[in-house]
Design a protein around this ligand. Structure first.
Ligand code: A3P
Length: 371
């Protein structure tokens, strides 16, 4: 019957029918494209997107391009996203946002109003003691959001003012902690007063490590940037013998923790500082992160399940992190091989630090048992 009807059609009618079909397909295609572009534009401008990106609910462009085949990222970095992907993304959002925590209930009731805040918590040091590891580990917690880089506000850019500083902070919603890490804060004398001025309730995290290993780590980092660097032993002592320690040399000076802590304690009570063992952060990261979560009043969400020991790297690594969902370690600049240092030089440095370490144990009430 269909064939008969088809044979009866004149060539002209057939041509018109085909033309109408093509026009319909074209109009439908254009309409869908406009719809998708419009959804995309609205989504780009929406605070929801900023919040989702900043809270890592949404995957990054890089994650999307590697994991989702139907995504096109053009050279202006505008994301064209298919409806199915958008639906998938929003479903993911719903899963996160439907968490029973009060902050998400609030979020649902009042709409998303993420904003940037000055930090509540600072990782103030100590350089080369494991500060990056601490930050990477604690920011696994969904209620911790951290600035992406070391802002150096309190030591280098204080004159720029708090509004400048705030712009470096991540978006947070109520209930989330804003964190920043700049290890030089601990040893810069103006910083305690300035942090106190920002907020006397600021919580301070201090990672400390055997000052001798720390000095060698500091030296190793400097030597990696300068090919003609003198030997550690030549820099750590005056006159080429091991009798007089050069206390003016940065890597040695920074290890006298008690001296810097005194300054902080003029502005903050000891209860507002948490000292984290750099050694234990390597051997038992979950333990130290547990302490940090308690100190910050957070639910213990980051646990041993988040870590694995990577034998090649020789350090604990993450099964997933804020930035990546695959197992990975800290970068090459963390966990460098240290040069061989003369045992007599090490022994002399240990002797030098011993009284300062003991004073530091007394001040903190923690015996770090450094040799
Ligand atoms: P080394 O590179 O000398 O071994 P910071 O982040 O404060 O600069 O500290 C760097 C130190 O963090 C490294 O010094 C390393 O010993 C220590 N560290 C602690 N946990 C680590 C981890 N999981 N991966 C790599 N390094 C870690």
């Amino acid at each position: 019957m269909f064939i008969n009807w088809f044979n009866n059609l004149s060539h002209r009618t057939l041509a018109i029918t085909i033309l109408i079909c093509i026009s319909l397909i074209y109009v439908s295609y254009t309409f869908n494209s406009c719809l998708l572009t419009s959804i995309n534009r609205t989504f780009q401008k929406s605070p929801l997107r900023n919040f989702l990106l900043s809270s890592n609910v949404l995957p990054s462009t890089e994650q999307l391009t590697t994991s989702v085949p139907n995504l096109i990222v053009n050279n202006t970095s505008q994301i064209h996203i298919s409806l199915s992907l958008l639906r998938k993304t929003l479903n993911t959002t719903t899963t996160y946002v439907s968490d029973g925590a009060p902050k998400y209930r609030l979020l649902r009731q009042q709409g998303l109003r993420p904003s940037r805040h000055l930090p509540d918590t600072l990782i103030i040091g100590v350089k080369k003691s494991g500060t990056r590891a601490l930050l990477e580990f604690i920011r696994l917690h969904p209620d911790v959001r951290a600035a992406g880089c070391e802002v150096h506000f309190f030591d280098r850019h204080y004159q720029r003012g708090f509004n400048w500083y705030r712009r470096y902070m991540p978006y947070t919603i109520e209930g989330q902690i804003t964190m920043e890490k700049t290890p030089s804060y601990f040893v810069t004398k103006e910083v305690p007063h300035r942090v106190h001025h920002m907020n006397p309730k600021t919580k301070l995290l201090v990672v400390v490590r055997d000052p001798v290993t720390r000095a060698i780590s500091d030296y190793t980092q400097a030597a990696s940037k300068k090919s003609d660097m003198k030997r550690f032993e030549d820099l750590a002592f005056v006159n080429g013998t091991y009798s007089v320690v050069d206390t003016t040399w940065g890597p040695v000076k920074i290890g006298v923790y008690a001296r810097y802590l005194e300054k902080w304690l003029q502005f903050f009570p000891l209860t507002q500082l948490l000292f984290i063992s750099g050694e234990r952060l390597i051997t038992d990261p979950a333990y130290e992160i547990g302490r940090v979560q308690d100190f910050l009043g957070l639910k213990r969400i980051v646990t041993e399940k988040h870590f694995y020991f990577n034998a090649t790297k020789g350090f604990p690594c993450l099964l997933k992190s804020e930035a990546r969902s695959t197992p990975h370690c800290l970068g090459k600049t963390k966990g460098r091989n240290h040069p061989h240092i003369d045992a007599a030089a090490i022994e002399r440095l240990r002797e030098f630090y011993r009284p300062f370490n003991n004073k530091f144990y007394q001040m903190t009430g923690i015996n770090f048992a450094w040799p």
